[in-house]
Design a protein around this ligand. Structure first.
Ligand code: CTP
Length: 404
C-alpha cells in the first residue's frame, strides 16, 4: 500500500504547458488512495480545464478567493482551510513566475496564499524553457525555496515545447509520485524499525464450547498498530479474538486465542523488535483442566479450578535488552500507585494507565483517556479522545524518549 493512502494532497497547478500532465497526476494520486484538491492559477486554466481536474479529483477546483455558489451568491474559498487540510502540497508544473513569487512571499492569487498558509511539506516541480531554467534568477528562487524546507523535484531533460532540447521538462507523473513516496518513507521516524503489539482479549477454554474471556474489542491495539505502520514501522500485531480489521501491508497480523498462544507468538518476535506495546487484555487465570467433552449440567453448584496464566509483559521485562517496552494498566482505584508498581515490577519503559473511573474510557468504547508514566515517573495526562488520537499521543511520547 502506498504511503499516500488516506493522505490529503493539494495540487497547485500553474501556467506551463506541462499542466496537461496534471490530469494523469491526479489519477495517480487517487489510485494511490489519496484525496486530492486542486488549486489553479487563473492563467493555468488555458492549459488544462478545471472541469477535467475537478472530475478526476472528485472535488471542486479552486482558483480565486471568491466564486459564485449554487444560489448565485459569492462564496469565499478559505486559503487557510485549504492549507490546513493538506498533508502534502505539490506545485506542478511550477513556472519561473510562480517560483519567483513563492520564494519572495508574493501573494497575489489563491495558490500563493494557500502556499503561504500551508503547514505541510511542499514539493515543487519546475517546468520551463531551457534558458529560463538556467537563468540565475530561477536558480536563486529554487535555492531559496529549498532553504525554506520545500522539496525540489528536478525537471528532466528532453524535447521542450519551444522545440529546444534540454533541461526543463516537468518530471513524468509516475516518477513524481515515486519520488514523493520515497521521500515520505525516508522521513518517517520508524522506518526500518519493528514494533510488536498485542491486542484484544484472550479466551481460555473450559470445554469445547465454553471459555473465560472479557469484553476487550482490540480497538486500542489495532489503532496502535495502524499508527506504528503510518510512522513507517513493520508491525507484528498479535491479537486475540477481535472483529477489528487491518489493511496496511506493513502490519502482519497474527491471530491467537489463549494467553498461552499469545505468550508463544510474542516470544517468537520479541528478540527482533525495537518497540513492544502490550495492550491486550490477557486473562489472568485459566481453567486448570480443559474438558475435551462438553460439560453436562448436573449438581446445583459447580466450580472450576483456575490457575494463573503466564504474565507475558513481565516475561518480556525479564529478557529485554534494548527493546523499548510499554505496558497498559487498567485500574479502578489507587490508579497512579498501582500503575507505577506495574511499571517497576515488570521492568517497563512506559506504562499507559486507563482508569475505569473515566467516563468514555475502556472496553468497547471508541474513545479513551490515558495517563502515561515513564521510568523516571514523569506523568503526562491526556484528555478524552478517539482511540486513534490516543495511539498518536502514545507514539509521540515513545518517539520523544527514543528517536527524537
Ligand atoms: N499482561 C500480560 N499478560 C498477562 C496479564 C497482563 O501481558 N497474563 C499485560 C497486559 O497486556 C497489560 C499489563 O500486563 O499491558 C497489565 O495488565 P493488568 O491486567 O492491568 O495487570 P496485571 O498485571 O494482570 O495485574 P492486576 O490484574 O492485578 O491489576
Amino acid at each position: 500500500m502506498s504511503v499516500l493512502s488516506g493522505k490529503n494532497i493539494l495540487l497547485g497547478v500553474t501556467a506551463g504547458i506541462a499542466a496537461y500532465k496534471t490530469a494523469h497526476l491526479v489519477r495517480l494520486f487517487i489510485k494511490a488512495g489519496a484525496q486530492v484538491k486542486v488549486v489553479m492559477t487563473p492563467a493555468s486554466k488555458d492549459f488544462v480545464t478545471p472541469l477535467t481536474l475537478s472530475t478526476l479529483s472528485n472535488n471542486p477546483v479552486y482558483s480565486s478567493f471568491y466564486e459564485k455558489g449554487e444560489q448565485g451568491t459569492e462564496e469565499w474559498n478559505s486559503h487557510v482551510e485549504l492549507g490546513l487540510w493538506a498533508d502534502y502540497m505539490l506545485v506542478a508544473p511550477a513556472t519561473a513566475n510562480t517560483l519567483a513569487k513563492m520564494s519572495n512571499g508574493v501573494c497575489d492569487n489563491l495558490l500563493l496564499a494557500v502556499y503561504l498558509s500551508a503547514k505541510c511539506k511542499v514539493y515543487f516541480a519546475p517546468t520551463m524553457d531551457l534558458d529560463m531554467y538556467k537563468h540565475a534568477s530561477t536558480k536563486k528562487s529554487i535555492a531559496k525555496l529549498q532553504s525554506f524546507g520545500n522539496v525540489f523535484i528536478s525537471p528532466s531533460s528532453g524535447f521542450l515545447a519551444s522545440g529546444l532540447i534540454g533541461e526543463g521538462r516537468m518530471e513524468e507523473p509516475e516518477n513524481m509520485i515515486s519520488f514523493i513516496e520515497n521521500d515520505i518513507v525516508k522521513s518517517l521516524p520508524l522506518i526500518n524499525k519493528k514494533v510488536l503489539i498485542t491486542a484484544g482479549p484472550t479466551y481460555e477454554a473450559i470445554d469445547p464450547v465454553r471459555f473465560i474471556g472479557n469484553h476487550s474489542s482490540g480497538k486500542m491495539g489495532f489503532e496502535l498498530a495502524k499508527q506504528a505502520a503510518n510512522l513507517g514501522a513493520t508491525v507484528y500485531l498479535v491479537s486475540g479474538p477481535s472483529n477489528e480489521t487491518v489493511s496496511n501491508k506493513r502490519i502482519n497480523r497474527i491471530d491467537v486465542i489463549s494467553a498461552e498462544d499469545m505468550y508463544n507468538e510474542v516470544h517468537k518476535y520479541f528478540n527482533s523488535v525495537d518497540i513492544a506495546i502490550l495492550s491486550a487484555a490477557v486473562a489472568d487465570y485459566k481453567p486448570k483442566f480443559v474438558s475435551d467433552k462438553k460439560i453436562k449440567k448436573s449438581s446445583e453448584e459447580m466450580s472450576i479450578d483456575l490457575v494463573k496464566t503466564k504474565d507475558i509483559l513481565a516475561s518480556l521485562g525479564k529478557v529485554k535488552k534494548s527493546q523499548f517496552l510499554v505496558g497498559f494498566a487498567l485500574e479502578t482505584n489507587n490508579e497512579l500507585e498501582n500503575a507505577k508498581k506495574k511499571l517497576n515490577n515488570k521492568n517497563l519503559d512506559l506504562i499507559v494507565l486507563n482508569s475505569l473511573q473515566d467516563k468514555g474510557a475502556g472496553f468497547k468504547k471508541e474513545t479513551n483517556k490515558v495517563t502515561i508514566i515513564d521510568k523516571l515517573e514523569n506523568i503526562s495526562e491526556f484528555g478524552l479522545k478517539s482511540k486513534s488520537k490516543v495511539a498518536e499521543d502514545i507514539f509521540n511520547v515513545i518517539l520523544k524518549k527514543n528517536y527524537a
